[in-house]
Write a protein that binds this ligand. Structure first.
Ligand SMILES: [Zn+2]
Ligand SMILES: [Zn+2]
Length: 325
């Protein structure tokens, strides 16, 4: 099996246990879970409504403007890299180190992707790596007993969105104790609502500042705010659903992770997911020729600029050795 989990400095120690604390009464637990379920439903459904509204708005105007497209691309890339370079490769797997201002910026940009605060995101993803397609994995599509069509569809739904509503999410004290000790990260985490609101509103504010037109502000809010969050949500969630169901396996791993080129492109390099499970500490996911990994290109650029260091990559001979014949 090709795995460098033993070198993954972010992985919780085997058998890691939570620090003992006073348990929350069950009625409070279920109440907070129910209220957080409503918030999660809003976060999933509101961008969907915004996406539909954006399409209707474009239809009524006879198309979308260049400014809408530019702002969409800008915010998709900025918040996308917040997730892929920041939340995933830096905070979850510590595959490189970043200068303080860049680390904080990536934390805020990741929050602006509206996929949950940084500590929760990291805890869920580290738990995913720890159990990968086995009992305990928060979002595996492969744990249902039904292996027919309905079982496959049910698994895909669970891995894509359904898992967000499951009770008993990953415990931050077990899976992200390093981040809980980091004052910058806990500050960013605490003000998650501010970053989320800024993410939706900033494109419209920028468009208004540039054009002075209310219609331009509405268009930018719908496209670069709402529709962008909606599409980035589904690109990220496809890594959990599609990349554990469809695609090729280059490396033998203990899970069912796969490489999928479409998710590779839309997910800014995260679709090379079998490579990632084989070498989780690697800053580069597109390990083979032709596997374009935009997030890796950004990390490499940051490295050249002196903004990141201690970039971790697997030894080429280990990759060659691990590759399936
Ligand atoms: Zn995975
Ligand atoms: Zn990962």
């Amino acid at each position: 099996m090709a795995s460098i989990h033993e070198h993954d400095r972010s992985a919780p120690a085997s058998g890691a246990s939570t620090r003992r604390s006073t348990p929350t009464p069950p009625e409070l637990q279920s109440r907070s879970w129910a209220s957080s379920r409503v918030a999660i439903a809003a976060v999933v459904i509101v961008p969907l409504i915004g996406f539909v509204a954006a399409v209707a708005f474009a239809w009524s105007r006879g198309g979308i403007t260049l400014l809408d497209m530019v702002l969409f691309a800008l915010f998709y890339l900025l918040t996308g890299f917040g997730i892929t370079v920041g939340f995933h490769r830096l905070f979850t797997h510590q595959s490189f180190r970043a200068v303080p201002w860049l680390r904080a910026t990536l934390g805020i940009l990741g929050c602006m992707a509206v996929q949950g605060p940084v500590v929760n995101w990291v805890a869920d993803h580290r738990k995913h790596h720890r159990f990968s397609d086995h009992e305990g994995d928060p979002h595996s599509p492969n744990l249902l007993d039904d292996h027919g069509l309905f079982g496959t569809l049910g698994g895909l739904w669970h891995a894509h969105v359904g898992w967000l509503f499951a009770a008993g999410r990953s415990e931050a004290r077990t899976y992200a104790p390093d981040l809980l000790k980091d004052p910058v990260i806990t500050f960013i985490d605490k003000y998650y609502g501010v970053w989320m609101l800024a993410s939706f509103l900033l494109p419209g504010v920028l468009a208004f500042a540039l054009t002075g037109q209310v219609a331009a502000a509405i268009g930018a809010f719908l496209f670069a705010g709402m529709a962008r969050v909606f599409l980035l949500h589904h690109a990220t969630w496809s890594v959990n659903s599609v990349c554990h169901t469809f695609g090729a396996r280059a490396f033998e791993t203990k899970d069912r992770s796969r490489n999928h080129p479409v998710v590779g492109l839309l997910g800014l390099g995260e679709g090379w997911h079998n490579n990632h499970h084989a070498f989780p500490a690697s800053a580069r996911h597109g390990l083979e020729k032709g596997q374009f990994d935009l997030s890796w290109e950004i990390i490499r650029l940051f490295q050249r600029l002196g903004w990141v260091h201690e970039v971790r990559l697997p030894q080429p001979e280990r990759v060659a050795q691990a590759r399936q014949a």
